[in-house]
Write a protein that binds this ligand. Structure first.
Ligand SMILES: *Cc1c(COP(=O)(O)O)cnc(C)c1O
Length: 442
């Protein structure tokens, strides 16, 4: 896109000028529709999510064996749900805004194996691929006890095959650790912003880590090229994979059970708002799809991005989706938020999900750090900066009366639940976490 084209686009969409100036902002999409109308555009159904969910159940006995930390959940990789009333009070003071309703957090930071939301989609795709290979080879049946995959026979079998993925860090951790545990050969193509400790962790699992001096898009392209050259190599396509997307979507039914156990109502009179940090879009898109299947029009999903990487907001707002990158608007895509430094959104997710996503917010790196400190001080919860991206969402919603009246919820706010999806931080080394908390104080 040349300078003139950018100017024309900014004239057509004045919001882009604010995005370019890196101002934190919110945009509530006036073109959302009912869930029923939006569903056909996704191209996937509840039945697809059910298949993914059943697959994860089949693998549970294997997961439990090879990752003993999952024994308490019988091999199901799941995270806690918790109310954070002290944080809500602290937010109300910080932003000088009344915050009716309850605030909760979904701690995907505590997901076993990789300590981030990528333990949902990434791991599902690896298991899906491994299962297909073993079924095709006739060495596995759907009703077998999958614990048998924890054997030299299966590791030797999977050793003939390769997996490749491009990542800013967390996806690499999930794909790398799961693949290596099965015996698959795996290479992770890491962008420049990936943390050293993530690369070290992967190498300690025998994963091949290839490093690039450029951003995520280049790492992804190299991974794709590697796989194209080799018929035994499967490329995990973060931007377009439906297996990944469905792995994320499984979260919603499990969340529904956790709500039931904790007595949290979601219905006509008790709306649910969910704030999801967004990078390329697969994670938040998949979770949002599951949430819509589980709660229909009673759930309202809002995506959160760094001010330096607002690729999904830009793509959906302009309708250009993956045809435009933030760099083309002069935004640098440099942020401390691991997993969110993505300059070009997934075209699949934006197009499939735009009608179901109520809104988009952006947040500065400084604010993520500030909220990281606030959450630690108020609730003793430690997260990585990206996991805080959705934290100001409740405030943005409350300040946006036009949106609330458009969706007809102004009189139901006292009975609403606001859920912040905390997407990562569980494996951050102690010294790194200390540095985060130190920066929060500054
Ligand atoms: C990957 C990631 C996300 C967003 O997922 P996408 O599929 O890239 O949109 C959010 N938070 C963290 C910590 C992540 O690692």
């Amino acid at each position: 896109m040349n300078k003139l084209q950018v100017e024309l686009l900014v004239n057509q969409f004045p919001l882009l000028a604010d995005l370019i100036s890196l101002k934190p902002l919110s945009w509530f999409n006036p073109e959302i529709t009912s869930f029923e109308e939006a569903l056909p555009y996704v191209g996937l159904t509840a039945a697809d999510v059910k298949l993914a969910s059943e697959r994860l159940l089949r693998f549970a006995s294997f997961i439990e064996r090879v990752f003993p930390e999952t024994q308490i959940s019988a091999g199901i990789i799941e995270s806690p749900l918790q109310a954070i009333p002290e944080m809500k009070a602290a937010l109300s003071v910080r932003y000088q805004t009344q915050l009716p309703g309850d605030l909760m957090v979904k701690l995907d930071s505590q997901l076993p194996i990789s300590g981030s939301i990528k333990a949902r989609g990434g791991i599902h795709e690896v298991l899906h691929h491994a299962e297909s290979l073993a079924l095709e080879a006739g060495i596995l049946k759907l009703d077998d006890d999958y614990a048998k995959l924890d054997s030299d026979e299966f590791r030797d079998f999977f050793g003939q095959y390769k997996i490749a993925v491009g990542s800013t860090g967390n996806l690499g951790l999930s794909i790398g650790i799961m693949s290596a545990t099965l015996g698959l050969k795996v290479s992770v193509h890491m962008s420049a912003d990936a943390r050293q400790w993530k690369k070290d962790r992967l190498r300690s699992h025998g994963v091949k880590v290839v490093e690039y001096a450029s951003d995520y898009s280049v790492a992804v392209e190299r991974g794709r090229e590697e796989a194209l050259k080799d018929p035994y190599c499967h490329f995990v396509d973060d931007e377009n994979s439906t297996s990944l997307f469905l792995g994320y979507a499984v979260a919603a039914d499990r969340l529904k059970k956790q709500f039931d156990e904790q007595g949290v109502l979601v219905d006509e009179a008790h709306p649910l708002f969910v704030y999801l940090p967004c990078g390329v879009g697969g994670g938040p898109g998949g979770v949002a799809f599951g949430l819509k299947l589980a709660f229909g029009d009673h759930v309202h999903c809002i995506f959160a991005e760094p001010t330096h990487s607002p690729c999904m907001l830009m793509g959906v707002h302009t309708g250009l989706h993956d045809e435009i990158s933030v760099q083309e608007l002069g935004i640098d895509n440099i942020t401390a938020a691991d997993g969110l430094a993505v300059g070009r959104a997934s075209g699949f997710v934006g197009k499939a999900m735009a009608r179901m996503i109520d809104g988009y917010i952006t947040i500065t790196d400084d604010e993520m750090y500030g909220l990281l400190g606030l959450l630690y001080d108020s609730q003793s919860i430690k997260l990585e900066p990206s996991a805080l991206a959705g934290m100001p969402g409740m405030v943005q919603v409350m300040r946006n009366r036009d949106y609330l009246s458009r969706i007809g919820l102004e009189d139901k706010l006292e009975d609403a639940t606001h859920l912040v999806w905390a997407t990562g931080g569980g494996m951050v080394p102690d010294d790194e976490m200390e540095a985060y908390l130190q920066r929060a104080k500054e």
